[in-house]
Every structure is written in C-alpha cells, then in structure tokens.
Design a binder for this molecule. Structure first.
Ligand code: NAD
Ligand code: 89V
Length: 341
C-alpha cells in the first residue's frame, strides 16, 4: 500500500517535532509544507526533504492531492484552516488548544462532520508514555476503584522563550496547559460534574493567569485536584513532567519526579521507571513530550487506516474544552461551575 500523503501547515516552534515524527512513520510521506512565513516553509521543506512548500494554505490545497493535513499553527488560525481542509474533504489533525473560543470548536466539529472527514485534536498528553502507564494500572484494576486524584504540572521553565506569543494571551495557563491536565483528569477519573478554579498571575510582564488550582467533582463521586503553573520556582523543576497521585479502594498509583511510577496494590508496593529512551531527534528535558508527538501521530495514522474515530477526536475534545470554559467561569464568579457538555 502506498504511504499516506500528508501536509503540515505551520512550520514554527512545535511543528519541528511533528515533522521529525512524520519522518519516523514509514506509512506517511509529507508531500507539502506550508507557512505564511515563506522562509519558514522553505526551511522546513529543505530540512525534512519535503518536495513542495507553500506560503498560502488555500493554494496548497488547490495544488496537492492529500490524504490528511496536520495543522500546527497557533489557535486563532485553526478554524479558518480546518474549514479550508473540510472544504477540500481532507482529514484533519489540529494542534491544541482547539481554538480561542467554544463556538469555534463546535463549528469545527460540525463542519468536519458535514464534510464526512475525521477531525482529531493533537492532545498529546493522552499518548504520553508515563501518563499512559498510569492509565494502564487503573485499567488493570490494580488500585481498585479510584476515588481521589491529584494531577499536577508545575514548572518555572521559561516557556515564553520558545513561545513568546503566550505572554500576550488573554487566557493563559488554563487554556494552554490546564487543558492537557484536565484532559488527563477525565481519562483517569471520568467525566466531570463540577469545576472550582482559583487563578493567580505571578509573572509581572504577562497579560493572563499563569497559575491555576482546580478542584473537580467527577460524575462517579471521585474528587480530583488539578494544578497547572508556569510560575513555580521549585527544585528540582520537573518540567515537562506531569506528576500524578491516584488513590483507589485497593491502593494507589503515583507518577513521581524522574518518571518513577510507584504502585501500591493490596499492601504491596512496586516502583519502575516509565520514561522513554531518547530518539535521534529528541533531547532532554523535552524528550518524553516530543516522543508523545510520535505516538499521537501513530494513533492518527492507525485510525485513518482502520477507519475508526481517533480517541482525541474533535467531539471528544469538546468535553475537555468545556472544562476549560467552566474553569474560567468558576474563577471569575468564585463558585463551582458545571461544564456545559
Ligand atoms: P509558532 O508561532 O512557533 O508557529 C506557528 C507557525 O504557524 C508560525 O510559523 C506561523 O507563521 C504559522 N502560521 C500562522 N498562521 C498561518 C496560516 N494561516 N497559514 C500558514 N501558516 C501559518 O507556534 P508554536 O509554539 O509552534 O505553537 C503552535 C501550536 O502548537 C499552538 O497551538 C501551541 O499551543 C501548540 N503546542 C503544543 C504543544 C504540545 O505539547 N501539544 C507544545 C507546544 C506548542
Ligand atoms: O503547549 C503546550 O502543550 C506546552 C507544554 C509545555 C506542555 O508543552 O504548554
């Protein structure tokens, strides 16, 4: 079978990981790249041996036969690009956050459904090896029925150096990072009944919140504390690790610094390292996050080939995005809020 013909739109900071990862998937050939900054598109084409580059997505869709498109631009552009892909009936994977506003997310899901194309959000925490290891422990029933969780991403790593646009966002840490952590709360403990959020802005030169503490009540009665911070001066700084602690009726599972996963089941405790080895294109401290890009893209390809819906479909991501919306409302109104979906 011929490899799937893909294109990448957006050749900026994080797309470099996408492009490396596509190279590692034998079943995919990236046949075009596009960036509105022509120099970036050309540089990506040269670096990754891509035969065609464009500085205009509409022109690219008109010129190239595609089996899918991978949109790795920042969120304000997602809706217009997804609409363009849907117009050309090209299956689409789009980076998180899905969009700046709820209505844009709903519109993208609807337009892809109407066009009959799959839409996946690149929610890569779902595919991150250490976070997946915790999920497997829960799935195997080793800790019994989970009733409490703490899922925490706190760092002082200078994310603004690589992503300076984040300094100007009007909604920052919940939408950019909390969205990943909230997604994992759903995965580990189920859908959410209410969200209570408190935000803080610590960094003096940014517009929006850089710290959030959330308390969730899940529909099955479990409680979780979800934390996201870009303003934590801690040592050692675990970036980009998510730390997890989940308690259940038979024991607990913890994801500790250094990618150590500790499981207590019926009184017996075991510990193992759940990190991933370095790939030719990954480096510390980002390597586990980078590797999750490869896993995310492998999932997308498997779903396309098998004709099944991706786990992090647009439809699924609406449920996570609804938690983000509820969190901002909760923080503004200082009360617990039920997500709308
Ligand atoms: P970036 O600004 O470095 O890159 C975006 C690129 O898209 C730029 O080169 C820009 O010129 C290009 N672009 C913008 N509009 C375009 C258009 N209409 N057509 C073609 N090109 C266009 O941004 P980034 O930091 O790489 O972030 C991109 C996305 O990746 C964001 O949504 C961000 O949240 C996400 N991200 C995800 C992770 C993760 O772990 N999942 C990590 C970092 C960033
Ligand atoms: O955009 C992101 O997902 C970043 C992270 C630091 C998690 O990569 O916030």
């Amino acid at each position: 079978m011929a490899p799937l013909r893909g294109a990448v739109i957006g050749c900026g900071f994080f797309a470099q990981n996408h492009l490396h990862a596509w190279k590692d998937i034998a079943d995919v050939e990236i046949v075009a790249v596009c960036d509105k900054d022509a120099a970036k598109a050309q540089a990506a084409a040269e670096k990754f041996g891509v035969p065609a580059w464009y500085d205009d997505a509409a022109r690219m869709f008109g010129a190239v036969e595609l089996d899918f498109v991978d949109i790795a631009t920042t969120m304000p552009t997602h809706r217009a690009l997804v609409e363009l892909a849907a117009h050309h009936h090209v299956p689409t994977i789009v980076q998180k956050p899905f969009a700046p506003h709820w209505d844009d997310c709903v519109a993208m899901v609807a337009i892809c459904k109407a066009a009959g194309i799959p839409l996946m959000v690149h929610e890569n925490f779902r595919f991150q090896a250490p976070l997946d290891a915790v999920r497997k422990v829960l799935g195997e029933g080793l800790i019994g029925k989970p009733y409490y969780g703490r899922i925490s991403f706190r760092t002082g790593y200078d994310i603004f150096a690589g992503q300076p646009y984040l300094m100007k966002e009007e909604q920052l840490v919940i939408l950019d990072l909390g969205i990943h952590v909230l997604d994992m709360a759903r995965v580990y403990l189920g859908e959410v009944e209410t969200v209570y959020a408190q935000t803080q802005r610590v960094h003096p030169h940014i517009v929006a919140e850089d710290m959030v503490t959330l308390m969730l009540r899940h529909k099955n009665g479990a409680t979780s504390v979800v934390e996201a911070s870009y303003a934590s001066r801690i040592s050692p700084d675990p970036f980009p690790q998510t730390l997890v602690s989940i308690e259940g009726t038979r024991g607990s599972v913890q994801l500790l610094e250094g990618y150590r996963m500790r499981v207590t089941s019926d009184g017996e405790t075991t510990e193992k390292n759940v990190s991933t080895p370095l790939l030719s294109w990954t480096s510390e401290p980002w390597h586990v996050a980078q590797e999750s890009v490869l896993r995310t893209q492998q999932h997308w390809v498997a779903c396309l080939r098998e004709g099944r819906a991706p786990e992090t479909s647009g439809e699924d991501n609406l449920r996570t995005y609804a938690l983000v919306v509820a969190a901002y409302r909760s923080a503004a109104e200082r009360r617990a809020v039920a997500p709308t979906r």
